[in-house]
Design a protein around this ligand. Sequence first.
Ligand code: HEM
Length: 280
Amino acid sequence: MEKKERRDPTEASIHTDFKNNMTYGEYLSLDKILAGQNRLSDHHDEMLFIIIHQVSELWMKLILHELKGAIEAIENDELSTAFKMLARVSKTQTQIIQAWDVLSTLTPSEYMQFRDSLGQASGFQSYQYRMIEFALGYKTPHVLKIYEKDKELHEHLKVAYQEPGIYDVAIKALSRAGLPIDSDVLDRDVTETYEKNDSVMQAWLTVYRDVDTHWDLYELAEKLVDIEDWLQQWRFRHMKTVERIIGFKQGTGGSSGVGYLKKVLDHRFFPELWDIRTAL
Ligand code: HEM
């Protein structure tokens, strides 16, 4: 029988000499990223627990980056640029929501075997999550205390807390488009959580009742609704996954657990954009 020629599948032009060139791993700092999965127990499933949090935090970093860019673009009346970024935020949110499916493979019996090693550490202390909430206008100054032990981080959080949220800049865009907005909303203290206002409600109603005239603002509003919708779905899946894994036990962060997570679901970031659905 004729002997089959065995071929090396590697193409001759593939680069293999990296003495003077940057590799993929170097560019991505993979040595640092892949050295950061430090299990506190020798339980097999703690690896999943660590990685799911780290992956979510990486996606949150991208969400923050895009939200920051979108806020700047809206302030400069570059709405098309903002739409591109906000669409990416929404797509990224679908990724972190998918992460709950992977985490749901962790059973209560498995988690209980290493939960105690977490001490008081909890996602409640996720500073990127708080920065996302700040960027969406939900301001909770009491959480800043958590970061006091790291001066630089604390300052960074304080700056994020004092900046206007995306809804503040969207409302200013409504005003620049000639829609009347109360001056106390335009000059509001942005370190306070946004509260609904009738002039903003009327402005969005005008936009939704004549979308041809206000197409850009209409698109902006729907992009914001997408983001809030996905965020609530993330919160809901978190709450149900937590119930599935720890039932109604208290959280490691000290809250009531599922009860607390249900309560935060009630917060609405862009209240008028939900209220107009009933009013239209
Ligand atoms: C076994 C898995 C998990 C359990 C049992 C769990 C449990 C909890 C509980 C009970 C809270 C309320 C605060 C507390 O008392 O600790 C909380 C908050 C939080 N968790 Fe998780 N969690 C899990 C996974 C995750 C993952 C994968 C993330 C992704 C980053 C995450 C992010 C957060 C965030 C951001 C909060 C603050 C929510 C808020 O204040 O609105 N959690 N978690």
